[in-house]
Design a protein around this ligand. Sequence first.
Ligand SMILES: Cc1cc2nc3c(=O)[nH]c(=O)nc-3n(C[C@H](O)[C@H](O)[C@H](O)COP(=O)(O)OP(=O)(O)OC[C@H]3O[C@@H](n4cnc5c(N)ncnc54)[C@H](O)[C@@H]3O)c2cc1C
Length: 460
Amino acid sequence: MSKQLRVAIVGAGPAGIYAGNILASKYPEVDIDLFDSLPAPYGLIRYGVAPDHPRIKGIVNSLHEMLDGGHIRFYGNVEFGKDLNLADIKQHYHAVIFATGAIKDASLNIPGVDLEGSYGAADFVSWYDGHPDFPRTWPLEAKEVAVLGNGNVALDVARVLAKHADDMLSTDIPANVYEGLKKSPVTDVHVFGRRGPAQIKFTPIELRELGEIEDVDLVLYDEDFPEGWFNEDAEGVTNQHKVMARIIEGWREEQHEKTDEPASRRLHLHFFASPVEILGDNKVTGIKFERTALNPDGASVHGTGEFVEYPVQAVYRAIGYFGSELPEVPFNEKLGVIRNEGGRVIDESGAQVPAIYATGWIKRGPVGLIGHTKSDATETIENLLADLDNLADPATPDSADLLATLDSRGVKYTNWNGWLALNEYELALGAADTSHVERERVKVVDRDEQVEISRTGAAV
Ligand SMILES: Cc1cc2nc3c(=O)[nH]c(=O)nc-3n(C[C@H](O)[C@H](O)[C@H](O)COP(=O)(O)OP(=O)(O)OC[C@H]3O[C@@H](n4cnc5c(N)ncnc54)[C@H](O)[C@@H]3O)c2cc1C
């Protein structure tokens, strides 16, 4: 008979849930406890994915079923490094898998980056998605805004900034977010990419959406489209690139033929623009770029020595996320990931650290869609199972004992039934809001309120 295994997973985003599910299906003799510092599960699906992207719901339903299956026990509001440490885990489990993702903005080192009105996209996303640990108000005072970056997060941020608040009302945005967006005086949102339109890192669905926003005109600039700007025979060109090139060309044609009434807001896409300075004394008043041009490799760019300035009153930096270091876990500060090989955690010398594994964005860096975290998890679990004979038995193989420890530390942890209660509560809030349009859910933001509803089934 196989040995009964006990595994802790830290991080209940998609990576942690997929890892638990794959582990339970490959090795049924396993007890899995899944911890998250937030009271509710799903990580960046709840606090990253844009509220107007409800198609992600299908993925949430499947993750819900994985947690509802009874093989994985969820405990929320438990932070590794504060409420729980490595010694606790070693005492109660054979192994731990860290799936703690990334929530911080990667840094951009240019003058003016700390001016008032210069924001990290991750902070803005956390605000509009109602993350409990972020301020409830957001200074939406700018008429002209720059968004730096050419990935999907830049598009999310630009779309949310450009959209009229009423067009967000069918989503799960909290009331304070709707009120904030409603007051926004924005007229022009400019998205800037360092490279060209053929090098964008968007995905086609997200790009196409930009052309479908109510009362927002899309603006492209001829100077960003050199002759033959898209070569479909170039190395590395995928079908996705071809689809996106067709979308962009379609927009350019429409723009030249446009005769209908102008919209009240505009979303501008700029390319070949590398930010060199955010301008202003105390507050942002503009942004300066160096124009770039493609190198012969057709992928990288170089500065041309030509500079342009745009008057903007706010800058959002959507140039990537960055993982956070966990106490006692080897970390690569340059890449912002846990040091690992195939999910096996290694120390600085490259030696494996026994019984510690990583998966998801904290394993390979903050790129890729939710689906990619599944293949990540498969690799990590295969390596964990290959190490099975080397995993030492824990001294106290008992979850109840660990929960008693958490209780004694005053940790108000939530569990799966608690999430079911909070989920029902949020759905009921959505159903009760008949003031505007039909809403499926309204998120509860406050952490204590979430914990209270989860632990008692009632609101505070
Ligand atoms: C703004 C944005 C929009 C996105 N939109 C899409 C989209 O539309 N479609 C798509 O497919 N993908 C999208 N993605 C990508 C997707 O969110 C990621 O691929 C995925 O969430 C990564 O999963 P993860 O589990 O590694 O990390 P996360 O989802 O970040 O989960 C990590 C979890 O670990 C927890 N945690 C962190 N530290 C600790 C600790 N010390 N103790 C306990 N728990 C901890 C966190 O609370 C979190 O719940 C988006 C990403 C961003 C940033």
